[in-house]
Design a protein around this ligand. Structure first.
Ligand SMILES: [Zn+2]
Length: 106
Protein backbone atom coordinates (compact mmCIF):
# COMPACT_ATOMS: atom_id res chain seq x y z
CA UNK A 1 0.00 0.00 0.00
CA UNK A 2 1.45 3.30 -1.06
CA UNK A 3 1.56 6.41 1.08
CA UNK A 4 0.19 9.68 -0.17
CA UNK A 5 -0.73 13.22 0.87
CA UNK A 6 -3.56 15.30 -0.49
CA UNK A 7 -2.45 18.02 -2.89
CA UNK A 8 -2.18 21.32 -1.02
CA UNK A 9 -3.32 23.41 -3.98
CA UNK A 10 -6.24 25.52 -2.72
CA UNK A 11 -8.12 25.04 -5.98
CA UNK A 12 -7.05 21.50 -6.84
CA UNK A 13 -10.60 20.20 -6.29
CA UNK A 14 -11.99 22.76 -8.74
CA UNK A 15 -10.00 21.78 -11.81
CA UNK A 16 -12.17 20.08 -14.42
CA UNK A 17 -10.20 16.92 -15.14
CA UNK A 18 -11.52 13.37 -15.41
CA UNK A 19 -9.10 12.01 -12.82
CA UNK A 20 -10.66 14.22 -10.12
CA UNK A 21 -14.23 12.98 -10.65
CA UNK A 22 -15.51 10.76 -7.83
CA UNK A 23 -18.92 9.50 -6.74
CA UNK A 24 -21.94 7.99 -8.44
CA UNK A 25 -24.29 9.53 -10.96
CA UNK A 26 -26.31 12.29 -9.33
CA UNK A 27 -23.78 12.96 -6.57
CA UNK A 28 -20.45 13.33 -8.35
CA UNK A 29 -17.70 15.60 -7.02
CA UNK A 30 -14.32 16.88 -8.10
CA UNK A 31 -11.86 15.70 -5.44
CA UNK A 32 -8.41 16.97 -4.51
CA UNK A 33 -5.75 14.78 -6.10
CA UNK A 34 -3.47 12.45 -4.16
CA UNK A 35 0.28 12.96 -4.32
CA UNK A 36 2.06 9.64 -3.99
CA UNK A 37 5.08 9.66 -1.71
CA UNK A 38 7.79 7.85 -3.62
CA UNK A 39 11.54 7.50 -3.45
CA UNK A 40 11.69 10.49 -5.82
CA UNK A 41 9.78 12.99 -3.67
CA UNK A 42 10.16 11.91 -0.05
CA UNK A 43 12.88 11.64 2.57
CA UNK A 44 15.96 13.56 1.49
CA UNK A 45 14.24 14.30 -1.83
CA UNK A 46 11.29 16.09 -0.22
CA UNK A 47 10.35 19.04 -2.40
CA UNK A 48 7.30 20.96 -3.61
CA UNK A 49 6.42 17.86 -5.61
CA UNK A 50 5.90 16.03 -2.31
CA UNK A 51 2.89 18.23 -1.57
CA UNK A 52 1.49 19.41 -4.89
CA UNK A 53 0.13 17.48 -7.87
CA UNK A 54 1.28 20.13 -10.35
CA UNK A 55 3.17 23.37 -10.85
CA UNK A 56 -0.20 25.11 -11.14
CA UNK A 57 -1.36 23.89 -7.72
CA UNK A 58 1.99 24.95 -6.25
CA UNK A 59 1.65 28.42 -7.81
CA UNK A 60 -1.94 28.74 -6.51
CA UNK A 61 -0.75 27.85 -3.00
CA UNK A 62 2.27 30.18 -3.13
CA UNK A 63 0.21 33.09 -4.43
CA UNK A 64 -2.59 32.52 -1.89
CA UNK A 65 -0.31 32.14 1.15
CA UNK A 66 2.77 34.17 0.19
CA UNK A 67 2.43 36.58 3.13
CA UNK A 68 2.24 33.76 5.68
CA UNK A 69 5.16 31.89 4.11
CA UNK A 70 7.32 35.02 4.05
CA UNK A 71 6.38 35.75 7.67
CA UNK A 72 7.94 32.39 8.62
CA UNK A 73 11.28 33.31 7.05
CA UNK A 74 11.47 37.08 6.62
CA UNK A 75 14.46 38.59 4.80
CA UNK A 76 15.34 41.77 6.66
CA UNK A 77 18.73 42.34 5.09
CA UNK A 78 20.52 41.46 1.89
CA UNK A 79 22.63 38.31 1.72
CA UNK A 80 26.09 38.42 0.18
CA UNK A 81 28.38 35.84 -1.39
CA UNK A 82 32.11 36.58 -1.52
CA UNK A 83 33.42 36.39 -5.10
CA UNK A 84 36.46 37.14 -7.21
CA UNK A 85 35.85 39.00 -10.47
CA UNK A 86 38.39 38.10 -13.13
CA UNK A 87 38.81 39.59 -16.63
CA UNK A 88 40.12 37.13 -19.20
CA UNK A 89 41.15 37.24 -22.86
CA UNK A 90 38.62 35.26 -24.88
CA UNK A 91 37.33 34.74 -28.43
CA UNK A 92 33.78 35.96 -29.24
CA UNK A 93 31.21 34.19 -31.43
CA UNK A 94 32.69 35.80 -34.53
CA UNK A 95 36.24 34.60 -33.77
CA UNK A 96 37.46 38.03 -32.63
CA UNK A 97 39.49 38.54 -29.45
CA UNK A 98 37.52 40.02 -26.55
CA UNK A 99 37.58 40.37 -22.81
CA UNK A 100 35.18 38.29 -20.73
CA UNK A 101 34.29 38.73 -17.11
CA UNK A 102 34.17 35.67 -14.91
CA UNK A 103 32.68 35.68 -11.45
CA UNK A 104 34.30 33.03 -9.28
CA UNK A 105 32.72 32.13 -5.97
CA UNK A 106 34.72 30.37 -3.35
ZN1 LIG B 1 -3.39 19.70 -7.09
Amino acid sequence: MSEFVWCHGPGCHKSHTQDRIRGVKGSKVLRTKKVAQTQWNSGERTSMYSYFCSQGCYNDFANTYVREVIALHPRTEALETPVDVVKEQDIDWGGRPCITTKILSS
